[in-house]
Every structure is written in C-alpha cells, then in structure tokens.
Design a protein. Structure first.
Length: 479
C-alpha cells in the first residue's frame, strides 16, 4: 500500500493544496509550527477517520473555516484506490467515501487505507494507564477485523445505557442491558485474548531485534478470559450487582481489562517509572548541589524536643534508634514531677518508640508506676529560618500543593525555554492540576500538544504540586 496523492482543505494550519507523493517517499523538514505534524495527521486521519491527537473533529478545522476535507489516492495490491472524508462543523456531520462511492457506516470504510504513526508520546503505551493500552487493542483489532469494531460499538452503547441506569439508582433498569452487554462483550474479550496469544512470539522477537536481551519479554492479557463465553456473564454480573450499584458504574467487562507488557520479567510500566524517578532524583540532587555551592548549608531547625509516656518496647536497636542523639550531648532523665539527672545515659534503660519510653525508666521496684521524661540537651537553641516556618505552615494548611502548582506560571519562561516562551503565556492552573496556556497561533498549539509529555516532565521535576495536563489555547498572545 503506497500513498500517491493527498488533498487537504480547511485542515489544521495547512494551506489548501493537492500534493503528489514521490514513489521513493518524502522527508519533511521545517521549523516548529509549520505544519509537519498536521500533514502527517491528515495522512493518518482516513485510517479510522479520527485524529491520533484528539477525539474531537472540530479541533481539526482551520481557524475561521466551517469544516475540512481530506482525500487520499493510493496504490493497493489490486490497483489504485481513493478514500475521502468531509466534516462540517455545523451539525458535526461527517461524510465518507471509498472509491468515489458514499459510505454510510464508518465500519465499512475503516481500514481501506492503512498507515502507522510514530509519535514521541508512544512511550505512554507502556508507561501510562490501562486506558491507552485498551485503546491500542481496540484500534489494532478494528483495522484487522470489521466484526470487532461492530461488536465494540454495541458493547459501548449497552455499557453507557447500563451505567446511566446505575447512576439513577435503578438496578432493575440496568439489568435490562445485561444481555446485549454480555453478547457484545464476549466477542470483544474473545478477539482480544486471541490476538494477544498470537502476538506474544512476534513481540518477543521484535524486542530482541531492538537489542532488549534482559530476559523473558512477553505480553499478557489481564482480565477475565472466561467472559469470552456469553454464558459466564450472568453469574459475574450478579456477583458484582451490589458493588455496581454502590459505585454507580459497571465494574465487570473488558472496559476494565489491561494489556501488560513485560520486559525481562518485570512490567514495562514499572521499569519506565523507575527510570523516570531516577532521572528526577539526579536532577534534584544536582539542584541541591548548586544550592549548597552558592548559598551554603541550610540551618537546621531547633532540635530540642521532649519525649513522654511512650509504650514499652523491646530493648536494643529500637532503643538506640529512638534515643539517637549527637555525640557529647547530654541526656536528662527525670520523673514527671520535675526532678532530673544529667548524664550520658542510664543503666537498665529498655524499651523504645518514637514518642519515648515508659516502664523501663520508672523507679526500681515500682513496676513502671511512674513515667519519666526525656529531654535532649543540644546546647543553645538556634532560630528557625522564616522560610521553613512559612513552608511548614503552608503544608499544615494544605496550601503547599497549590503554591507549587502556581509556581509554574511564574517560572514558565525559565522552564520551557525562550523559543516556546516567546509564543506562549501560562494563564492559570486548576486545583486538579490542569494548566491553561495561551498560544500565539493554532499551528503552534498543534505543535506544542505533541510536546506535552516532555514539557510536563520538565514542569513536574522536583515540584510539590504536580501539573497533570496542559490545555493549549490558540490566540491571546502577541508574537
């Protein structure tokens, strides 16, 4: 299958054009925001008639236009073919054509043209949540098996109706959708498990070819394979009925399953998270080193504390840990009435705990009847820096997270660099971690949306309040 011609109108930031693709292929070179990714997006759109960057067709319409048109001419084994789609923003209507003939159903047109997109955020397939891996399974099977796409559409429709009934607290109404849910869900589970079983060996071979020799690498489907039989659904749904009603959602079915990728015997998700954590630790250590080099060591807070009335515990290491103190510091032991004895320690001390000791520090022969107080004497008390006092208050008040998130707006230019800062302006951040950023043009917004994973990683390194998502809003920034 080889692309010969591409026609675009009103699509993203691309100018209306008809492009002939050379037989030998093509390489796109250009600065950021010039439409390279948009061109690839237009080529990939007719695969499933949806973008690989957004589920909203309205976001693909060029600013000021009323819709878009994408048309591809390509060579297949049996000759030349054509696929086209027209989307109108008014009414959100989409028209499909295959070889010049209108097609009413998407399932009949999907897969007529095939293309694979490689994007920087593909690593999230392994490191991200199960939602992305389920979407990968659904798209892969929808292209190779038209029956799967039809079954998936029926399953999602039944699931939406059942969940709506559960949200209303109507288990009787929800049960009316059990049969269509089971019928379509069984097909989804059966096709998924069959595909995964057949992909295990090719997956392992591909990893070896890429240089992954760290041990066994495989795929596994995490779910309930027995649900490939429609007859197994009634019992599972009955068992989950109370839980479904309490959570107001269906908790049984392939919409909650996962595809696990294992590298060297470990889940790829865990390996990638560990590598990311190590990178973050190194960056934080480097910043700490810079701070010490430029400003000196931070003063320690006042170390005076009093330990009273702790529970008895085992002697030995627990006591050593609980009573750890600086060399040469005095340890004062005394009854709660105020009498104290100064010295480096006391014979017969036993017990431990973070709050102190009890019983073993009582008067001999009393059986632990009188509690004793422990107080470290570390010399003169030094004042606590104002910054630490404020930080402690913000943490106790639950404001540290929001302050950390707001810090992104102030440090935006420094975090993203001068090129991006020149065409963007961080506007606000919500309590749930959604950052709104104004962008000079729609072309830049499209380009930056692809860079979101890298920018998020940079924003969240060493930060208390994490940014979970960036919304790029075109317009409102002067270049």
């Amino acid at each position: 299958m080889r692309l010969q011609r591409l026609t675009v109108r009103g699509f993203r930031n691309l100018a209306d054009a008809t492009l002939a693709v050379p037989h030998a292929g093509a390489v796109l070179l250009g600065a950021n925001g010039q439409g390279k990714t948009s061109l690839l997006e237009a080529i990939a759109y007719p695969v499933l008639f949806r973008s690989f960057r957004t589920v909203l067709d309205a976001e693909l319409v060029r600013f000021g236009d009323g819709g878009f048109h994408v048309e591809l001419g390509f060579l297949k084994g049996d000759g030349a073919h054509e696929v086209a789609t027209t989307f109108r923003a008014l009414g959100r209507k989409k028209q499909l054509q295959v070889d010049g003939a209108p097609t009413a159903r998407l399932v009949d047109a999907a897969g007529a043209w095939l293309a694979v997109v490689f994007a920087p955020d593909d690593v999230r397939l392994a490191s991200g949540p199960a939602t992305g891996r389920r979407l990968f399974l659904d798209r892969t099977l929808a292209l190779s098996d038209p029956g799967y796409l039809a079954a998936l559409a029926r399953y999602r429709a039944a699931l939406a109706q059942r969940n709506a009934a559960l949200r209303q607290g109507r288990p009787d109404l929800a049960a009316a959708f059990n049969a269509p849910l089971a019928e379509a869900g069984a097909i989804v589970v059966a096709r998924r498990t069959t595909w995964v079983a057949g992909a295990v060996e090719p997956f392992a071979a591909a990893l070896v070819a890429l240089g992954e020799h760290g041990g066994a690498s495989t795929l596994a489907y995490h779910g309930h394979p027995e649900l490939a039989d429609p007859g197994a659904w009634p019992e599972r749904l009955a068992q989950a009925a109370a839980r479904d009603l309490a959570r107001r959602m269906t908790t049984v079915g392939p919409h909650r399953d996962d595809l696990e990728l294992r590298l060297g015997g470990r889940a790829a998700r865990l390996r990638l998270h560990r590598a990311a954590a190590q990178r973050g630790d190194r960056a934080q250590a480097a910043r700490a080193g810079d701070h010490r080099a430029g400003h000196g060591a931070l003063p320690r807070p006042a170390a005076r504390r009093r330990l009273r009335g702790a529970r008895p515990g085992p002697a030995g290491p627990a006591v050593a840990a609980a009573l750890r103190r600086p060399a040469g510091a005095g340890l004062r032991l005394g009854a709660t009435r105020g009498r104290t004895a100064r010295g480096p320690g006391a014979p017969g001390v036993a017990g431990g705990g973070r709050r102190g000791v009890r019983g073993a520090l009582s008067r001999p022969g009393t059986g632990g009847g009188r509690s004793m107080g422990i107080k470290y004497d570390r010399g003169p008390v030094r004042p606590t820096p104002l910054g630490e006092v404020i930080a402690g208050y913000l943490k106790r008040a639950g404001l540290a997270k929001r302050i950390g998130q707001a810090g992104v707006i102030e440090a935006w230019a420094e975090l993203v660099g001068p090129q991006i800062a020149k065409v963007t302006a961080a506007e606000s951040v919500t309590p749930d971690g959604i950052l709104r950023v104004r962008v000079a043009t729609a072309a830049w917004a499209s380009e930056l949306s692809l860079m979101s994973p890298q920018i998020l990683a940079r924003l969240n390194t060493g930060r208390t309040g994490r940014i979970k998502q960036i919304r790029w809003l075109a317009g409102g920034v002067e270049r």
